[in-house]
Every structure is written in C-alpha cells, then in structure tokens.
Design a protein around this ligand. Structure first.
Ligand code: CUA
Length: 336
C-alpha cells in the first residue's frame, strides 16, 4: 500500500477521535448527567448507523446490473405487488418501532438529566457580555459571597445552578459535566448536575452573544468535599491587607485610578458593581473569562490594553505608568 494511502487512512480514523477526551468533551464524561447524555448519544448513533448501513446495502443491491425478467411492467405482476406491499408495511412498522424505542431511550435519559435534589448546593450565575457573575448562596447572608468566571463544586454532591442574564441570551455549558441551559433576561432557568471525578473542566458560553462570544468561558473546578469546604470558608472571607509596600501602593492606585468604580474587593473600600468581583482574583485559574492564563504577565497585558485582547468588552484602558501597573499587578496577584 502506498505511504500516502496509509497515512490518509490513518488520518481519517484518528481525526474524529481528536476531540473525544480532554477538559471540554461531552464524549469523556466526568459527571452523572454527561454520562447519561453520552449513553443516549451512543444509542442514537448505533441505531442510526445500523439503519444507514442497511439502506446503503439495499441501495447497492438495487444498483447491481441484472438481466431483465420480463417485458411486462412490474406493477402489473400480482406476486410482485403483494411482496412489495408486505415489504413496505414491514419497513414502515420497523421505522415506527425504532422511533418509539429511541423516544423511550430519550425520555428515560431526561429523567436523570432533569432530576431535582432538594439538598443540592445552590449557585446563582448571571451572564454578562462577556463574563460570568457567580453567587454562592447560603442560609445566612454572612455565608454568601460572589466570585466570577470560575465555579468550584464538591465531587459527588448535586449542584443546582440558577441562571439569569443581565443583557442578551447566553448559554451555560460544561460538556464534561452536563448539557446546556440558556441564560435569559427576566427569567430564571435551572440546571442540576453532579461531578463524579475531581478535576478542572472548561465551561463555555454556547449561545452566540456578540463579538466576544468565543471569549466567554469559565473554569468548573470539582474538588473533594473537604477541599471544597476549605475553599468556601476561605472565599467567604474578605481580602487580607497587603503586607509589602509595592502591593500597598497597588491597593491605593486601584482605588485612585478608577478600578474600584467597577470592581468589588470585599473587605476594602472598592465596591464597584459593573465588573467581576476581584476579592480572590489571585487564586483563579484564568483571566478575562477564560481568555488568558492567570499569570502576572497576562494580568499586566490585560490591564494595560483590555481592548486589544478582547475588543468590545466594557473595561477601559487606564492611563498608567509602568511602575503603577507593576504595583497594581502585585496587589491583584496577592489577592488569593
Ligand atoms: Cu455569552 Cu455567548
């Protein structure tokens, strides 16, 4: 076999498998609901595959050259008519049966997908162009806090996410954990899911919502229950005062240069409501809704020119000297 045929064959087999695993794959489920979705998908794929193969084989047989049996038109031959009638009846019944079975499979799957657990951990997420505002609710207001562009959830515990939108329609989707649910203005939608394995999964807005729709991602981090409790305890605290001079200078600049007009840092005077809560921004894994990794360099690039990185977003470019920028980066990265 020539080498190009071999590599072509290999590529055609390997290509469809490229997206089957990873942190954002519905075919590599890490949650109860995504497992159910893959199961339903595989059932549909298998049945459709078998039907497709049968049709192709019959079509192939029909295309084979064969000798003429008689000059009489087929419709006038009685036995042919009877056979054709039976075949059409049989195939019609088989089609109805397949549709019925697939409907049942789909219905049974939805029972798992839409099951409600009254003891689920509740989160509220508000979609914005183009970031995610996240609220952890608790029995007492002292235990409720806000964060952004990242959710942390305990493994093995059902999580209920209430979804709202501040502007246009967005869609919440963590393929590794569950299916999609829209965020619509003036309406609260709900989705429940349970992570089975610890890990960092990628969530993505799945409804076109404007220029930066593709840059509206988030991290869904599934932690062991005790780790989650530790994180929640810590996240509930306000920011600690910076210890070094550079960070202290950064804190003052953060307030003085207008950052605090849009961003909240709990425990400080910064209380802006327009942009993401930055109280523990230093401990998040990404910046600008999954657009950049969380590193001092990326943080600097983002603050220096947010419109270059994510054109159309609401964050303006602030006139900062390089020393001032370094101080603000230092302040933000120590907000863990
Ligand atoms: Cu939000 Cu697409």
């Amino acid at each position: 076999m020539p080498a190009w045929v071999r590599s072509g064959l290999l590529l055609s087999v390997a290509l469809p498998l490229v997206a089957c695993t990873g942190s954002q794959s519905a075919l590599d489920p890490q949650g109860l609901q995504s497992e159910q979705i893959r199961h339903t998908f595989m059932m549909f794929l298998a049945v459709s595959g078998i039907v497709w193969a049968c049709v192709t084989v019959v079509l192939g047989i029909g295309l084979l050259p064969r000798k003429r049996i008689s000059d009489e038109p087929p419709g006038l031959r009685r036995p042919f008519e009877t056979r054709a009638g039976r075949m059409i009846l049989g195939l019609g019944a088989a089609t109805a049966l397949i549709v019925l079975v697939l409907s049942f499979v789909s219905y049974a799957g939805q029972r798992t997908l839409f099951a409600k657990d009254p003891n689920a951990l509740t989160l509220r997420i508000v979609g914005h162009q183009w970031w995610w505002e996240v609220h952890y609710a608790a029995d007492s207001p002292h235990n409720s806090f806000a964060t952004a562009n990242e959710i942390r959830i305990p493994v093995g515990k059902p999580v209920k996410v209430e979804l709202e939108s501040a502007d246009v329609i967005h869609s919440f989707w963590v393929p590794s954990l569950t299916g999609k649910m829209d965020l619509i203005t003036g309406q609260t939608n709900e989705i429940q899911f349970t992570a089975k394995n610890p890990g960092i999964y990628r969530g993505q807005c799945a409804e076109f919502c404007g220029l930066q729709h593709a840059h509206m991602a988030f991290a869904a981090i599934a932690l062991r229950p005790e780790e989650f409790e530790r994180w929640r305890e810590h996240e509930n605290q306000g920011a600690t005062s910076p210890s070094d001079t550079l960070a202290k200078q950064g804190e003052q600049l953060f307030r003085g240069r207008g950052c605090a007009l849009c961003h909240t840092i709990r425990g400080t005077l910064a209380g802006g409501q327009l942009g993401p809560d930055l109280t523990h921004v230093g401990s998040r894994t990404t910046l600008a809704a999954g657009t950049l990794p969380q590193t001092p360099a990326a943080l600097g690039a983002w603050i220096a020119d947010p419109q270059h990185i994510k054109p159309g977003n609401l964050m303006p470019q602030m006139p900062l000297q390089s020393g001032e920028l370094i101080a603000i980066i230092r302040y933000l990265e120590q907000l863990e």
